[in-house]
Write a protein that binds this ligand. Sequence first.
Ligand code: ADP
Ligand code: ZN
Ligand code: ZN
Length: 713
Amino acid sequence: MPLDLPSAEGVDPCRIADGVRVAVVVEAPQHSGLWGPLDYRHTEDLPAGALVRVPLGRRTVTGVVWDASEQPPMAGYELPALKPVAEVLPDLPALPSAWRQLVGFAANYYQRSLGEMALMVLPPELRQLDATQWARRRKRADKALGLAVPGPAGEIVLPALTPQQEAALDALATHQAGQPYLLWGNTGSGKTEVYLRQAQRTLNAGRQVLMMVPEINLTPQLEARVAERFAGRRIVSLHSGLTPAQRLRNWLLAHLGEADIVLGTRLSVFTPMPRLGLLVVDEEHDPSYKQQDGARYSARDLAVYRARLEGVPVILGSATPSLETWHNALPTGEGGTGRYVRLSMPARVGDGRMPKVRVLDLSRSPKPTMGQEPPPLALELLDAITQRVERGEQSLILLNRRGYAPVLHCSECGWKSGCPHCSAWRVFHKQDRTLRCHHCGFSERVPRACPDCGNTDIQPVGRGTERLEEQLAEALPGARIGRIDADVTRHKGALEAQLASVHAGDVDVLVGTQMVAKGHDFRRMTLVAAVNPDAALFASDFRAAERQFALLLQAAGRAGRDADVAGHSEMWLQTWHPLHPLYEALRRYDYPAFAARQLEERQIAGMPPFASLAMLRAEAKTQEAAQAFLQQAADMAQPWADALGCVTLYPAVPTPVQRVANIERAQMMIESSSRPALQRFLTDTREMWLDLAQKNRRSGLVRWAVDVDPLAI
Ligand code: ADP
Ligand code: ZN
Ligand code: ZN
């Protein structure tokens, strides 16, 4: 053996006089083509998961140390040539291996770079601090830790469990590691109580709990309930509504294992928790769990993955599960996969009943006279509301369209209030007299006269929540009308204030968008009406019916929560299609029948959950450029699809709203009967598409991305 070569045995080949190679993931733009970690040099080995500051180009950026032993060195690797790690963030335990695996899986699955994924899910502030600033921040956090010792637990009397709750909790007690559960029960069936009991068991076992809700608006309610139940425990929330400092602090408490319960929105699925013992995903069907830009991950799906990874139970709760989840929770004998254990809680707690559904056939309402708009609500419905007002009960009128009117129209020349930058109408907002585009935000004062012909008689067409509120005030003199939608609640605290006045009984009739259908517990609500639910029946999106059913059922759940009034609670649907199967199923509150029918249709059409989809999206200066890129991408990738044999590329088409803020959008659907095959295809083609995109920049391509498991098509 030649003496000048070191023996491989017992010697770390990475360790030479100058130090060791450290693999670090940093945030790099998607188009840089950097998918994995970069190599740096450090004087000593750093544990995977440590946070470091490293030079990148001319900047110093925060990065996460990854397992060097699992990463092949970069091409042309020579240790002395590597740039050194600038500094290590002190007093920060390494991000655990489960966290790194989750991030690695998410990056791979959703076709993003590891660096983007890893850095995106850290608190924004953490990414910006250097070691000195961090040390200072850390000290402050320690002080806060000392101060924030929660008070002692008070005496709480727990309600006796219903037999259904007992059964669900018994099943949870015998869980196999990583087993997902679907907790299927109407609003008011006591799902939250089940979460809380299982959380109690988890805490008793010395473990942490992660509870997710779809929207920030819903966190304060859950927080209050959890805080009441678990006085003496440290509870933190994580969502985008926190200040950067709060977010960093709460994240740190979770990561250090100091917080017992983390409540959060989708981003909290990535919270490192060393003692994690339970994951809860409330309203698991909610579209908000899917990120809609950048790395388009599904927090629900990642929660299921994470539960398996960490060997803990995950509870997905819903009255109207997503069809994917339902399919997984159906036993194999009933056409499902049987992967999830289904826990059913059909009845509401106490004597609360779901409201009686009344389908109102609009074709039988008297026709309005020529040139007049139909009344805002059918007369029978108005009567029913009037009765409620007289009895001191509340009504909720649901209309999923904000603003006064969706468009203004000139009857002389046919001008309509289009957005100059989008292929969409600008919505008339009467309150501030603006025409506003809900896609790009472009806003102008309403013109006094038609901009094309000067006619001063320009009319609103159609009806939004603002107008409905106005019309109801006219139709129901003396009734107090309130409204909740994204316009009313734009200012901080406005939503809370408006909700408080509803709870206090200061509102008789509440007009609202889907915002109010979720989660709120209105005790005096005995009527819910959907004014225009038909639109979703004929939408091109294959999930539209599923979403509409969920929304209507959830809205119905706002009524009749109190046993005193449940007996005469009603859910009204104003429709031109009274016999539509969706309404038929809703009338009987028969989610399984609805789901069975939908699943059958999906199976025939080869749609999820019977197929996996990805959407290649492109944005460009012209529609031609957007489509050309997609077409070239398809042509290039076709041989890979052919080789796999079960991947289909569909033609490139404009998106439903094709132009937004002067950028044209197009998309191409990729479908496969096999999820692994689709993943393989996307991984095999991504470098190719990246190169192609670079070349297409000159011809006007602005952005492109792959959306895996897209929510809308
Ligand atoms: P969900 O989460 O399914 O909407 P909740 O857990 O919020 O249902 O329960 C609805 C209402 O019933 C709540 O006010 C809750 O406090 C109450 N509740 C839940 N379980 C019980 C029980 N076993 N006995 C009495 N009241 C209960
Ligand atoms: Zn005109
Ligand atoms: Zn616009």
